[in-house]
Ligand binder design. Structure first.
Ligand code: HPA
Ligand code: ZN
Length: 326
C-alpha cells in the first residue's frame, strides 16, 4: 500500500538530525563563495557525486570538510533555517537538532558565533512555522574526554540554550566509557543525555551508554538486536532508539532496505523512532525515511502511526506537550 500521502500529513517529531548534516551542496557552495573559502569540488554536481560511502568514516570525512565553510553567525542561521523550513514542510512539529561544537571551535569559530546563529534560527522557526525545537550539544568521540569537558565548560554561559548532550562521530574504538566523566558532569547540570551506539559498534557499547552514561535515548542502536538480554533491558526501560533508515542504507549498516531491522524492533517491543540523521548526505529528510522503510518492509498504517507517536513519547518535552501531538 502507498502511504506516502498519509506520511506527508502525519505530525512527526524528529530527534536524530545533525544540523551540519542538513548542509545541502547548493547552500554549501553559496556560503563558500560568500566567505571566499576555497572548495575541493568544482561544482555542486561533483560534490553530490562524491556522496558514496562504504562506511561511517567515509561519510564523516566529507561531513567535516563540508562544515568547514561555516564561519559567521549568519552561516549558522542560514543552515538551520533551511532545515527548519524543510522540516516544517514535512509536518515535523517538534525537532531536536544535534550540533557538533568541536567541529567548529577547533577551526577557530567562536562558540558564541555558532550558538547565536542556531538560537536565532530556532526562535524565528518556532515563530514562523509553529514548531518547537530543542538543541543537543554533541561531543566528538574520536577526540579525547578532556576536549569534551572543555567544550561543556565553554558552553555553560549558554546552558539554557540546549536540553541534552550527545555523543557522535567515529564509533568503533571509541566506547561510551571514554566519556563517563563528561556525561556525569552534564547530568549534574540537569541536562538529558543521548549517545550514538550500536550503529557500527557492538552491543557492548549500547550497554555502556545505558549503564555508564545513563542516556535517555540510544541513537541508532541497530546492533542491539544481536543481544537478547540487551533487547529485554531496552524494552523493560522503554528506552527509545532513534533509527535512521536511509543513513543505515547509505553507510552500509544494512545491505538492502528490505533487510532493515525496524519491523523487528517494533515486534520486539522496542520504542523505535524514524529520523533522517544527515538528510543532505543520505538522500532524504524525515518523510523520505518513513517512505523508504514503509515501502521496503510494507509497514502498515498502524505501524507508521506507532512510529510517529514514539517520536513524541521519546522527545524531551513535557507530558502535556506530548498529549497535544499524539
Ligand atoms: N554517526 C556518527 N556520527 C555522526 C553521524 C552518524 O550517523 N552523523 C553525523 N555524525
Ligand atoms: Zn547520527
Amino acid at each position: 500500500t502507498d502511504l506516502s500521502a498519509f506520511i506527508a500529513g502525519l505530525p512527526k517529531a524528529e530527534l536524530h538530525m545533525h544540523i551540519e548534516g542538513s548542509f545541502e551542496p547548493e547552500l554549501m557552495y553559496a556560503l563558500a563563495q560568500r566567505n571566499n573559502v576555497a572548495f575541493a569540488y568544482d561544482s555542486v554536481d561533483a560534490l553530490r557525486a562524491a556522496y558514496k560511502f562504504g562506511n561511517l568514516q567515509d561519510f564523516l570525512d566529507l561531513y567535516y570538510q563540508g562544515m568547514g565553510v561555516l564561519l559567521t553567525e549568519q552561516d549558522f542561521y542560514d543552515l538551520a533555517m533551511a532545515y527548519f523550513r524543510r522540516a516544517a514542510s514535512q509536518t515535523v512539529r517538534h525537532a531536536e537538532i544535534m550540533f557538533d561544537p568541536q567541529g567548529h571551535t577547533d577551526r577557530g569559530v567562536k562558540f558564541q558565533t555558532m550558538i547565536d546563529g542556531l538560537w536565532r534560527a530556532k526562535a524565528d522557526a518556532e515563530q514562523q512555522f509553529g514548531m518547537t525545537i530543542g538543541m543537543i550539544l554533541c561531543f566528538l568521540r574520536h577526540l579525547d574526554e578532556a576536549s569534551a569537558l572543555r567544550t561543556l565548560e565553554e558552553a555553560l554561559p549558554w546552558r539554557d540554550r540546549f536540553i541534552a548532550v550527545g555523543l557522535d562521530s567515529s564509533e568503533k574504538g571509541h566506547p561510551p566509557s571514554k566519556f563517563k566523566n563528561v556525561f556525569a558532569r552534564a547530568r549534574a547540570l540537569g541536562l538529558k543525555a543521548v549517545a550514538h551506539a550500536g550503529e557500527e559498534g557492538p552491543p557492548d557499547y549500547v550497554w555502556e551508554a545505558l549503564d555508564l552514561l545513563k542516556v535517555h535515548r540510544i541513537d541508532h542502536g541497530n546492533r542491539s538486536l544481536e543481544d537478547d538480554a540487551l533487547v529485554a533491558r531496552l524494552v523493560r526501560d522503554k528506552m527509545p532508539l532513534t533509527v535512521c533508515p536511509l543513513s543505515n542504507l547509505r553507510l552500509c549498516v544494512v545491505d538492502d532496505m528490505t533487510q532493515h531491522p525496524l519491523r523487528r524492533m517494533l515486534r520486539a517491543g522496542l520504542v523505535a523512532t524514524v529520523n533522517s540523521d544527515d538528510p543532505a548526505y543520505f538522500g532524504g529528510y524525515v518523510n523520505e525515511n518513513y517512505n523508504a522503510v514503509q515501502q521496503a518492509l510494507d509497514l502498515s498504517r498502524d505501524e507508521i502511526v506507532a512510529l510517529a507517536e514514539n517520536g513524541f513519547r521519546a522527545a524531551f518535552i513535557d507530558a502535556a506537550a506530548q498529549q497535544r501531538h499524539i
